[in-house]
Design a protein around this ligand. Structure first.
Ligand code: ADE
Length: 232
């Protein structure tokens, strides 16, 4: 039996999904509320992790240990790192990595967690395919891209920092949880995918664009995730 953990960092990113689900119970752990029930008849646990990589990793570990989820989906917004990916478009992760991990002084690659034996955390191909086809079905007017997600405990709103992330990581978008979710899911052997709608361009315009586009972007993402539950 599949049981899908659905994580959003902020309330806005999970409220639509919670409103649509059939709730069985709410379990509180580590200041997070895990909403257990079904969404489009699929067993799910929907949770707001809180912002940033520590919250996100803790959330995955609880989903693994207490709820025994079989798959993890991260939904939310992100800043674009690719000129062809615009505000309102959706990115489905091919893989994720920590852009703020730097042990290069010891010969590791930028983003590489020392002694882990890998640089990036690949997303599950079946979940990626399902996310792409679900996006085309649920949001036919929205462009969907696949690509790398890079995460750090930083809101990126500076052109020079953005350019550095692009040149180091060839990523499609940046946010603040995906790599931790990918990392923790991988260590627990749980297939995952990150699905992010673009709310800003991760440069000087982000401060203005983010609050304007956040709501529509999160709703588009939630619609896609709800549709995925019909077919997973
Ligand atoms: N989430 C949405 N936009 C972001 C940005 N520019 N940087 C980090 N996280 C984000």
């Amino acid at each position: 039996m599949k049981k899908i953990g659905i994580i959003g960092a902020m309330e806005l990113e999970v409220e639509t999904l919670k409103a649509q689900m059939q709730m069985k119970q709410i379990v509180k752990k580590a200041s997070m509320e895990f909403h257990e029930g079904t969404l489009n008849r699929q067993e799910v646990v929907i949770v707001r992790s809180g912002v940033g990589k520590v919250n996100a990793a803790m959330c995955v570990q609880i989903l693994a240990d207490l709820f025994h989820v079989t798959h993890i989906i991260n939904t939310g917004v992100a800043g674009s790192l690719d000129a062809s990916i615009d505000i309102g478009d959706i990115v489905v992760s091919t893989d994720a990595l920590h852009h703020d991990m730097d042990a290069t002084i010891f010969g590791y690659q930028p983003g590489e967690v020392p002694q882990l034996g890998r640089l990036e955390f690949p997303a599950d191909p079946a979940l990626m395919d399902l996310a792409k086809t679900s996006c085309q079905e649920a949001n036919p007017d929205i462009h969907v891209f696949t690509g790398r997600v890079v995460s750090g405990d930083q809101f990126i709103s500076n052109a020079a920092v953005k350019e550095k992330l692009i040149s180091l990581f060839s990523a499609s978008c940046t946010e603040m949880e995906g790599a931790s979710i990918a990392h923790a899911a991988t260590l627990n052997g749980i297939p995952f995918v990150i699905i992010r709608a673009i709310s800003d361009k991760a440069d000087h315009s982000a401060e203005v664009d983010y609050p304007v586009f956040e709501q529509k972007a999160t709703q588009d993402c939630a619609k896609l995730v709800a549709h995925m539950m019909k077919k997973i």
